[in-house]
Design a protein around this ligand. Sequence first.
Ligand code: NAD
Ligand code: UFG
Length: 338
Amino acid sequence: MATVFLAGGAGYIGSHTAVALLDAGYDVVVADNYSNSSPEAIRRVERITGKTVQLYEADIRDSARISEIFQENRIDAVIHFAGLKAVGESVQKPLMYYRNNIDTTLTLLETMAKFNVNKVIFSSSATVYGSENPIPYIETMQRGVCSNPYGWTKAMMEQIFEDAAKANPELSVVLLRYFNPIGAHPSGLIGEDPTGIPNNLMPYITQVAVGKRDHLTVFGNDYPTPDGTCRRDYIHVMDLANGHVKATDYVLAHKGVEIVNLGTGTPYSVTEIVETFQRVNGVAVPYEFGPRRFGDIPEFYANADKALALFGWRTEKSLEDMCRDSWNWQKQNPNGYR
Ligand code: NAD
Ligand code: UFG
């Protein structure tokens, strides 16, 4: 079976994808600098799957180090998860975001060329559609105007992959545009482990539920949506992980560039998420309405047809599963991996 190199693979999406790839019979090599993760996540991946992961502490920008890893392992395909992802922080520290996210991409592509590895999957984001495109977002739309440096790094990296593929007809690239990943592996052994105050909705909810924060503030209830709160396309991280397995099967067998949305196609509002979380878990999440958060758009969700047509993939988990599994992880690991 083929070997897949996961750059940034100890993180939230990478660790779940490692489980799905190992379960599907792939061998997995992970490199991570643990800037937003812990090697413990990979030890738990090994516990869940009963398989071994080749794990390296490494900065993906470090060419010499990444070359060593490619030398020691016969890599067939690369999945590039390594990146900084906090929208607000990217506004405060744009150069750090451009430096890290663009450099990791360049180093990976250069190292791949050096070792004649031509298969790559990239963690892009729905954020590249910008705010002008109509919803639902479909892959044939032009990339839009991003509202923050994080989003721009994703748009720029997509462009870099497209240009690299234009110049090298052997290259096979899948740009996966994730919508809003939440949930955790059903075992509760791995999950999302943000440092500091969570930026994203679900980790904030679980930290309120477990008593670490006293209430959730819902950012705005005067949007032009059915209940006035923003709507997003939340996707269970295990569905997302299985999408990566399908993308790996695909990328190994094809050449050229494909852009693929990974979402459910169904939006839920902030209020629906909190209410569902409380109902399925029988736990209270006090919340109050506050002002809008700068940069939020009222609603976006995926047209998910292409993933089905190209990969034969569609999501299987419900919003209830997402809420249950998020809570299962948080209550078993109130302090994350620490
Ligand atoms: P994460 O922070 O949990 O994972 C990213 C991993 O990359 C972390 O383990 C971090 O330590 C590592 N990393 C960062 N810079 C590195 C470097 N220079 N060298 C080595 N390792 C490095 O985030 P995630 O939620 O798992 O996201 C994975 C990818 O998916 C990211 O690129 C992110 O931008 C993208 N994405 C995430 C979401 C989301 O909502 N979670 C949505 C769209 C896209
Ligand atoms: N929200 C709250 N209270 C909170 C946190 C979030 O009401 O404490 C709301 C937000 O206002 C938004 C919704 O919950 O309406 C979802 O917010 P998230 O921060 O969880 O997710 P976003 O849709 O804002 O952002 C996500 C990723 C970004 C990515 C973007 C577009 O975190 O990386 O989707 O793909 F850029």
